[in-house]
Design a protein around this ligand. Structure first.
Ligand code: NAD
Length: 308
């Protein structure tokens, strides 16, 4: 199976590295010049669970790729998804499967502009990855990757991709209800990411306060209501308990949005998390004022910090 990783930053490099190590034919695609030149000259340097490895994986700018592939794994940040899909049209053939593992909700709406519905797979991954500089990533911990074909009928191919992910140690799982998992992860991110970024706290610092639970309840309540309109049944109590447990387990962590906004001065994916809930609530005629407010606060902070 010939594969392309479209967006080869932290997560794309993790998937590229692990798939390549398992013997697959993988190419990386990115537009970050320093990253591309470093990987071309010195290989991709990976600190893999404490041991440094250097691997030689081909990396291209989007306008340099021309040969069709069997599978594309998308790993841009959400706001760059459309641009990437537009640029890599030559590698997407009639039967090329395109797997989206970005955080957030509703990426299929962007994908369907560029990819036939029968070829879209959506999913969620709980692996993590850290980008340490151009051509350099740090991988630790464990995770899994759930995927499902967007349209019924694509199960067989989806299961083949799951098998490839399993062989590569990426713990692929074929999901019968991936939309639930996508919404659940978005809800966890919707509570923890924006709040800790705005408050400049670790998860543990926030959840030591008595107000944290009340804020969590308010955000989750809106997610549950909007998800229901998409036939996704999030259980309020279970979701809140899961978020509190996550915050306790990862107490010393700053969430990824904090890293983007506060530490690296980058635009966030807020419009695809809390912002998506606010937008969908508006469309469905339900209320989500807390998620709308959080989205506005993050956009204000992005403007104040003049993010890239
Ligand atoms: P990242 O910023 O490290 O990597 C994204 C890469 O895409 C960058 O290298 C960027 O140059 C490239 N890119 C963006 N637009 C492009 C375009 N038009 N053409 C070519 N290249 C382009 O981001 P990441 O941390 O790898 O996150 C990717 C996705 O995975 C996000 O949705 C994120 O929320 C999700 N995610 C990340 C983690 C993590 O631990 N980093 C964990 C789970 C999910």
């Amino acid at each position: 199976m010939k594969m392309a990783i479209a967006g080869s930053g932290a997560m794309g490099s993790r998937f590229g590295f692990m798939l390549h190590k398992a013997g697959n034919d993988v190419i990386l695609i990115d537009k970050w010049k320093e990253h591309i030149e470093t990987i071309r000259e010195n290989g991709l340097t990976v600190n893999y669970n404490g041991t440094e490895e250097v691997v030689d994986i081909p990396i291209y700018y989007p306008d340099q790729v021309t040969d069709q592939v069997d599978v594309v794994f998308l790993f841009t940040k959400a706001m760059f998804l459309g641009e990437m899909l537009e640029d890599i049209q030559p590698i997407i053939g009639e039967d090329t499967k395109v797997v989206c593992l970005l955080n957030g909700i509703g990426h299929e709406m962007v994908m369907k502009e560029y990819v036939a519905l029968k070829n879209i797979l959506i999913g969620v991954t709980i692996w993590t990855a850290g980008l340490k500089g151009p051509g350099k990533i740090e991988l630790e911990g464990t995770g899994s990757t759930e995927i499902q074909n967007f349209l019924p009928g694509g199960e067989e191919k989806a299961k083949e991709i799951v098998a490839v992910l399993k062989e590569a140690g990426l713990n692929g799982i074929y999901s019968e209800n991936v939309k639930f998992s996508i919404w659940r992860k978005a809800c966890v991110n919707g509570v923890l990411n924006a709040t800790c970024s705005l408050l400049d706290t670790t998860l543990g610092e926030m959840f030591k306060t008595e107000e944290a639970l009340s804020v969590t309840n308010k955000i989750v309540k809106e997610f549950v209501e909007v998800a229901k309109k998409q036939d996704v049944l999030l259980d309020f109590d279970e979701t809140v308990a899961y978020i509190v447990k996550t915050a306790e387990e990862l107490g010393h962590h700053y969430p990824s949005m904090h890293q983007d906004l506060i530490q690296h001065n980058r635009r966030t994916e807020i419009d695809f998390i809390n912002g998506a809930v606010a937008r969908l609530a508006n469309e469905y005629g339900v209320d989500a004022p807390i998620n709308a407010l959080i989205t506005d606060f993050i956009h204000i902070k992005e403007k104040v910090l003049k993010v890239n």
